[in-house]
Design a protein around this ligand. Structure first.
Ligand code: HEM
Length: 313
């Protein structure tokens, strides 16, 4: 693979503005100075217990932010959590247990939405990825979104590049953010039902890769639907840039993954991330801050929940 210098890209990432509304990285410095270390210990213990949990916590933050903003609505038991795209979410128990510990240290001070944003960052770090400063001060929603809102807000993996770019644009995220954030698929797994069509119908897939996966993901719908495969076949539990080198050899697991490197406008970004882990890490951190800033509740909006899975009574 021919890699051009990534210096330009790195400098660009450094000057990209990360406008953060009213959020601030020092929000709890006085009101709950131990919050950050409690969250970090909780995430580290959970990831040490099961590496995949880091991926699950990162995905939870994405599904929170894209539906009704980063307001912890995804954590509420009910319609939003039970919507199709959210059924395979995991990590609720880890967040609940961290929240219990944070509440014991500082009563009704730290929001579930902020705990989730910090847990996503700490998960990435625990798996060897980049770190960044998380702007804080989000408050929690009073209610959950509907199943329809979930379906309309989260792009399906059958989307084309144009559809993905437009879904991200509607959240204020650029095509570069789309490629960088999709790099989250360097960790974690997907179920056969989400990549079956790609294995049997897509033509932009490495044939040996497809054949190997077909063994555990039969063609017939309903058969092996829940069988799991790593999103990054090379280094499944390390947060690195192998997701992008996989795309270059047509080994993206999801249709939407390979769309990012399929002869279109995002090819050059994918190639630069495959060439430079540092360029990817920097763009990922920038994009995570932008994603974490989608429509937060601040000031007197919403509430600080006592328990992350239920609104205060
Ligand atoms: C571009 C649009 C995206 C699509 C279409 C998409 C789709 C998917 C699908 C289908 C799965 C597997 C779910 C299952 O089978 O249970 C998955 C898993 C995952 N996604 Fe995405 N995703 C997207 C963007 C993102 C973003 C922006 C992030 C985080 C920043 C993310 C993080 C993850 C992680 C970490 C997993 C693995 C979770 C686990 O192992 O528990 N995804 N995604």
């Amino acid at each position: 693979m021919a890699c051009a210098s990534s210096l330009g890209l790195l400098m660009l990432a450094a000057v990209v503005s990360t406008a953060t509304a009213q959020l601030s990285a020092t929000f709890y410095d006085t009101s709950c100075p131990s919050a950050m270390s409690i969250i970090k210990s909780g995430v580290t213990a959970a990831v040490n217990n099961e590496r995949r949990m880091g991926a699950s916590l990162l995905r939870l933050h994405f599904h929170d932010c894209f539906v009704q903003g980063c307001d912890a609505s995804v954590l509420l038991a009910g319609n939003e959590r039970n919507a199709g795209p959210n059924l395979s979410l995991r990590g609720f128990g880890v967040i609940d247990s961290i929240k219990t510990q944070v509440e014991a240290a500082c009563k009704q001070t730290v929001s579930c939405a902020d705990i989730l944003a910090v847990a996503a960052r700490d998960s990435v770090v625990a798996l060897g990825g980049p770190s960044w400063s998380v702007p804080l001060g989000r408050r929690d929603s009073l209610g959950a979104a509907t199943a329809t809102q979930v379906i309309n807000s989260l792009p399906p993996s059958t989307d084309s590049l144009a559809q993905l770019i437009s879904a991200y644009a509607s959240k204020g995220l650029s095509a570069t953010d789309l490629v960088a954030l999709s790099g989250a698929h360097t960790i974690g797994v997907a179920r056969c039902r989400g990549f079956r069509t790609r294995l049997y119908n897509d033509t932009n897939i490495n044939s040996a890769f497809a054949t190997a996966l077909q063994a555990n993901c039969p063609r017939a719908t309903g058969s092996g639907d829940g069988n799991l495969a790593p999103l990054d076949t090379t280094t499944p539990s390390a947060f690195d840039n192998a997701y992008f080198t996989n795309l270059l050899s047509q080994k993206g697991l999801l249709h939407s993954d390979q769309e990012l490197f399929n002869g279109g406008s995002t090819d050059s970004t994918g190639r630069s991330f495959a060439c430079s882990a540092a360029a990817f890490g920097s763009a990922f951190a920038t994009a995570m801050v932008k994603m974490g800033n989608i429509a937060p509740l601040t000031g007197t909006q919403g509430q600080i929940r006592l328990s992350c899975s239920a609104a205060n009574s």
